[in-house]
Design a protein around this ligand. Structure first.
Ligand code: FAD
Length: 335
């Protein structure tokens, strides 16, 4: 395909926004159709911790997530000034040190810190934990600020946003479907994985980088956003409702935060909520190409990390026909 196209994108979550931005900046005529009447009202994206952690995710994800994710960090840093690139930490209480050793073996790029080196990065954590894994190249952001930025940039790049628009009128050269879990009507193997998270304010806690706390029962991560806000997350439950956080999940998440730093005992709880991550059976992201129609879906735990890379891959496909076999599926029957 050559020359600017008229492109309709369905779904204004992080995936659709990155598609719209990337393609509008390449001079295509882009219209972004969002079914909800208000931005992000029905999206999973605002519930993310927005860690860009391709190396930590290696512990449970396929190598393709690391490969694409390293590029994802570079694209965010080039595009969004609010990307915080201070690396990330993995900790375990002394009795669970064996879990830290396993995590190190399952991932690449970690530096092993002793208590002094950990204190130099995060003064509150060194004495309590004694050792940590540090992944220096990783990054994070506040997802709400990042999504607001993407909406602004999409408009600046000339794309048109249509809210309350669940259908695309005929006439586009190409439709890109980024409807997240709602695309299950056409992608039957897609499933939802519920993730609960809690946002707290703890002005006296000075942690600056995402921290994962390994624990045999309640693994937890903490993402420092800004202005004393922290996201405490997240559960991964094979259920598809985005209803209120359960008492059990809240207890587990908040207890683990308290183990990380007892000062969280005085934190204010600002928001509890759950998003449903769209995932294929193997938890890998997919670009599925049919004639004149492309699905971009299944970003599971990696929507922020991978959305810019999948947008770049789709733009490359439009321009040259190139398809990376790690991600592209050409046969719609494989949906
Ligand atoms: C608790 C939690 C923590 C997470 N943490 C991280 C993290 O740290 N790092 C990371 O990279 N990822 C993280 N994720 C994963 C990430 O949030 C998801 O992968 C990502 O949000 C999926 O984005 P999406 O755009 O595909 O879907 P969504 O955000 O759900 O967007 C889909 C959009 O399509 C719209 N839509 C539906 N039907 C139609 C239609 N017919 N027409 C038009 N629009 C339609 C919906 O209204 C919605 O706005 C986390 C997720 C959760 C739940």
């Amino acid at each position: 395909m050559t020359g600017p196209l008229s492109i309709a994108i369905r779904g204004a979550g992080v995936v659709g926004l990155w598609q719209a931005l990337t393609l509008a900046r390449r001079d295509h005529k882009v219209t972004l159709y969002e079914r909800a009447a208000e931005k992000l009202a029905d999206a999973c994206s605002p519930y993310a911790g927005a860690m860009l952690a391709p190396r930590c995710e290696e512990e449970s994800a396929e190598p393709v997530v690391r490969e694409l994710g390293l590029r994802g960090i570079a694209l965010w840093r080039d595009t969004y000034p609010g990307t915080v690139a201070k690396g990330s930490l993995v900790l375990a209480p002394p009795r669970d040190r064996v879990m830290l050793d396993r995590f190190a073996r399952m991932t690449t790029g970690a530096e092993r810190l002793d208590a002094n080196a950990l204190s130099a990065l995060e003064p509150g954590l060194g004495p309590r934990f004694g050792t940590a894994l540090y992944y220096p190249g990783e990054a994070h952001m506040n997802p709400n600020a990042a999504l607001a930025f993407l909406f602004e940039e999409v408009a600046k790049a000339g794309a048109v946003l249509r809210l309350g628009a669940g259908e695309v009128p005929p006439g586009a050269d190409l439709v890109i479907d980024c409807r997240g879990l709602a695309a299950r009507d056409e992608l039957p193997t897609l499933r939802g994985v519920r993730g609960e998270r809690i946002v707290v304010r703890a002005a006296d806690i000075a942690i600056e980088r995402p921290v994962r706390l390994l624990h045999p029962r309640f693994p937890l991560y903490l993402v420092p956003w800004d202005n004393g806000l922290f996201m405490v997350g997240a559960t991964a439950i094979e259920r598809e409702d985005a209803g209120p956080v359960t008492l059990r999940s809240a207890l587990e998440l908040l207890s683990a935060a308290y183990v990380l730093d007892p000062a969280f005992g005085e934190a204010e709880i600002l928001a509890l909520g759950a998003g449903v991550r769209p995932a294929f059976p193997d938890n890998r992201p997919r670009i599925i190409v049919s004639k004149g129609y492309i699905y971009v879906n299944g970003l599971y735990r990696h929507g922020f990390l991978l959305a810019p890379v999948l947008a770049e891959l789709v733009a490359g496909y439009i321009e040259t026909g190139a398809t990376d076999p790690e991600v592209f599926l050409a046969d719609p029957a494989q949906r």
